[in-house]
Design a protein around this ligand. Structure first.
Ligand SMILES: [Zn+2]
Length: 105
């Protein structure tokens, strides 16, 4: 019997978008002064109507991108489910109206 690994919760979800900051560091001799800017990965997201930026470590990038994708997929699945709910409600209401017309005859 194998020992159970640490129980895994639901995979992390992240809302927002991946963003690359491009900036100058300020050192006069640096390549960025010649226009080759430094690139810093970041997560851009909105919170309470304001856009926030969280700078990332390079090693965080794959996990962040995967979590953003999971969020988009979960969101579109939820949206499809909600639209199916509307279609079902519409059919039920239409069915009741049809029944009401039949009983009136
Ligand atoms: Zn620089």
């Amino acid at each position: 019997m194998t020992t159970q690994a640490k129980p895994r919760g639901r995979d992390t979800l992240l809302r927002g978008s991946f963003y690359t900051l491009r900036r100058k560091c300020g050192k006069p001799s640096c390549r960025c002064m010649a226009g080759r800017l430094h690139a810093t990965p970041a997560l851009s997201y909105s919170l309470g109507g304001a856009t926030r930026l969280l700078t990332l470590r390079p090693q965080d990038v794959p996990e962040v991108k995967a979590a953003l994708k999971r969020y988009r997929q979960a969101l579109s699945a939820l949206d499809r489910e909600a639209l199916a709910g509307i279609r079902a409600l519409r059919r039920r209401i239409a069915g009741q109206k049809a029944d009401a017309r039949k009983t009136r005859k």
